[in-house]
Design a protein around this ligand. Sequence first.
Ligand SMILES: Cc1cc2nc3c(=O)[nH]c(=O)nc-3n(C[C@H](O)[C@H](O)[C@H](O)COP(=O)(O)OP(=O)(O)OC[C@H]3O[C@@H](n4cnc5c(N)ncnc54)[C@H](O)[C@@H]3O)c2cc1C
Length: 361
Amino acid sequence: MPLTSPQKFEESLSENVPLAPMATLGIGGPARYFAEVTTPDALLAAVEWARFRGTPLFVLGGGSNIVVADAGFPGLVLRISIRGVETNFDGRDVVITAGAGEEWDALVAHCVARNWAGFECLSGIPGRVGATPIQNVGAYGQETSETLESVEALDLATEKLVDLSALDCEFGYRTSRFKVRDRGRFIIARVTYRLAVNGKPVVRYPELQRYLDELGIVQPALAEVREAVLAIRRRKAMVIDPRDSDSRSVGSFFVNPTLTRDEFEAIKKKLGAGGEDLPVFAVSDGRVKLSAAWLIERCGIKRGHIHGNVGTSTKHALAIVNRGGGTAGEVVELKELIKKRVLEEFGIELMPEPVFVGFGE
Ligand SMILES: Cc1cc2nc3c(=O)[nH]c(=O)nc-3n(C[C@H](O)[C@H](O)[C@H](O)COP(=O)(O)OP(=O)(O)OC[C@H]3O[C@@H](n4cnc5c(N)ncnc54)[C@H](O)[C@@H]3O)c2cc1C
């Protein structure tokens, strides 16, 4: 029995709350009901309230990976703001448990400043801790799954808090059990990570290596890697900056496609000499990952492409941006146009990265 009752929870509800200001894209209609929860008990009460009323539920973090429909969301939007960071030392490691509502980049900065290695390449990613396991957030050669130890979540199937190990989360490239098989089943309350005290930074991403080489940094400190990642990301408007309208986005709009060797060879053959600069990354089990941005540009949709009040970023073809007054309808149109062009040209179906909210999914 939760300490906060569904009746008490009802008192904290707001109605018809605009979601656009809570989404980095700055687009979308209102939430029919909205509440912010700061404790697992309040979370449980909210879930019971929604279940009793038969109201659909959407769980919101920092709103940096969502496209909200112009009509908004017809149910309860629950913003998870459970805070708190607990650290325990275990041999040469530090074990950190953070509330789902903690700002992700603030946690990264906190850890880098203490010389705890494992998050440094994930610097500058917007959003909150609770969302990092959802799509196994990753960047510049590092992924959440490398340091995540466990997740404490409310299982909506049983209405009980459960602990899930990293293995239970079924992580993959930009995916997990939470995004696919059990989409909508778990609400993450806390996440536990294991970092290496005084560990070495991970520099395995070529662009990051080149950047450090240019600065003449041979054995970078964690803080230098963080700064390098932030600088590279700023050049692509991949750090939220109110002065840079190209950062009014959800980051990359499509996941980089992974292909079998045979599929890849067929595309290379088709491209001939024109495909020599196609960026290719090796992934596990012999598959290769291609750059979605390269494919999009090659189809004639360049950086700065305009589609009504939305478009592609002037710094990165993979980001769809709100140029001011954009609508979700326009975002969806542009998404479909890009998908169609890439499918026609390369036979590759690009998969969107953000979550679509209120589209009747
Ligand atoms: C400029 C920019 C750059 C970006 N760069 C990267 C990048 O380099 N790498 C990368 O991986 N991503 C990147 N992203 C995408 C995004 O920042 C991440 O996916 C981030 O983890 C989303 O966090 P959020 O709190 O904003 O989640 P939201 O956008 O609020 O939600 C995203 C999804 O997670 C679910 N969710 C959120 N919190 C919880 C919870 N507590 N329990 C259960 N479900 C939850 C939501 O229901 C939704 O399905 C970028 C986005 C932007 C705008």
